[in-house]
Design a protein around this ligand. Structure first.
Ligand SMILES: Cc1ncc(COP(=O)(O)O)c(C=O)c1O
Length: 406
């Protein structure tokens, strides 16, 4: 028998699992947690690749290398939160520069751009980036950074990464994509022409609602070196234990995301047929205006579904979000347990009302993070919540009419 080289053609999930290395020192199958602040040096400057744990830590390095590979980038940099990761990217700019950002932006990014960087002379122009033409028209000579989320949080708007990357390139702007909602299991913006990807690793990468973490991945080494400099200079690093937790989450990312997508589609279809529901936002529905672009640039549509009620007020929405049993009322998404939230009162409270409504975040908009429970149980939970909240709402209205009668 001929002794050929053993060549494996690996699928994504296999590559992902085996991109997390076995510890070269001991053979440990799980990445060791280097819980240390400093590293002993043989002579000044003579060390084994690490000197101080803010600058670099071996556990964090494994995570940074793995996520760079998953996102098809050159450099990964891990931060103590998604917002710290976003903050590092904005620090690439100078006073006088402008950001062109998606109008349905995550509330925390909106607050950072408008309330922190505004005072340092960095202006933001919010644009409906679902239209590449609108992006083109909104660019000014001062625009240095284009910021998109696709899908957005919470109305799941889709922007065409490839088309916007061409506009960015033609105008010498950096294109940064917040890839939190899709995760690299579904979408790799750097392969579509983006320069930088950021993540709230708190969500799908971590996947278990047990940590806060952020990631930046750059397509080229130059931006990578700049962000790494900022990571060390500003100090918002991810701890060794949290780096390990994110790595542990990444090991099952493909499997989890596959199930999140399957259940989310079933939930979206259920909501579409419910008489109390006004609009359903899920890019996997053929009726979603961004469906074709989402299908072109990603391999799935994610685990988040949003919907608004025909009775569009926060009382009706509050009655619903407090009536579910499996979907727990909490901010965040991407974990094993299903969550739901009311963005107008929670995640998007910092966005001015008129801007919020204009971006589709109406008072009754409810965001679901569809978890990994059995799909039929989740749908039953939503069905029950509609029934309970309708009874509560009718009772409240009757009481109000009776007590206010002359
Ligand atoms: C799309 C998106 N980007 C960034 C963030 C910020 O991440 P973190 O909460 O980890 O700071 C969030 C948080 O909800 C988010 O939804």
């Amino acid at each position: 028998m001929a002794m050929g080289k053993n060549v494996l053609t690996m699928s994504n999930a296999t590559q992902l699992i085996h991109s997390i290395p076995v510890d070269p020192l001991t053979g440990a199958i799980s990445v060791p947690i280097y819980q240390t602040s400093t590293f002993v040096q043989e002579a000044p400057g003579k060390n084994q690749g690490y000197d101080y744990a803010r600058t670099g830590n071996p556990t964090r390095t494994v995570l940074e290398d793995v996520i760079a590979k998953l996102e098809h980038g050159q450099t990964g940099i891990a931060f103590s939160s998604g917002l710290a990761a976003i903050d590092a990217v904005v620090k690439l700019l100078e006073t006088g520069d402008e950001i062109l950002a998606v109008d349905d932006i995550y509330g925390g990014a909106f607050r950072l751009f408008t309330q922190v960087y505004h005072k340092f002379g960095i202006r933001v122009n919010f644009v409906d980036t679902t239209s590449a033409e609108k992006v083109f028209d909104a660019i000014t000579p001062k625009t240095k950074l284009i910021w998109i989320e696709t899908p957005t949080n919470p109305t799941l708007k889709i922007s065409d990464i490839e088309a916007i990357a061409k506009i960015a390139k033609a105008n010498r702007c950096i294109l940064c994509v917040d890839n939190t909602f899709a995760s690299p299991a579904l979408q790799q913006p750097l392969s579509l022409g983006a320069d930088i990807v950021v993540h709230s690793a708190t969500k799908y990468l971590g996947g278990h609602s047990d940590l806060i973490a952020g990631i930046v991945v750059t397509k080229d080494k130059e931006y990578g070196a700049k962000i790494k400099f900022l990571q060390n200079a500003c100090g918002a690093i991810l701890s060794p234990f949290d780096s390990w937790l994110v790595l542990r989450g990444i090991e099952t990312l493909h499997l989890r995301v596959r199930q999140h997508c399957e259940s989310a589609l079933a939930v979206a279809q259920f909501l579409q047929n419910h008489p109390a529901v006004d609009k359903v936002y899920y890019p996997g529905l053929k009726t979603h205006p961004g469906h074709d672009i989402a299908a072109k640039q990603s391999t799935g549509f994610g685990g988040v579904v949003s919907f608004s009620l025909k009775e569009d007020n926060s009382e009706a929405a509050t009655a619903f979000v407090t009536a579910t049993k499996l979907f727990r009322l909490a901010e965040s998404l991407g974990g094993i347990k299903s969550l739901l939230c009311l963005p107008s009162q929670m995640t998007h409270k910092t966005i001015p009302e008129s801007k919020r409504r204009a971006a589709g975040v109406v008072d009754s908009l409810i965001r679901l993070s569809v978890g990994l429970e059995e799909t039929k149980d989740l749908i039953e939970d939503l069905q029950n919540a509609f029934t309970i909240s309708q009874i509560r709402s009718t009772t409240a209205r009757r009481t109000e009419i009776i007590t206010t009668a002359p």
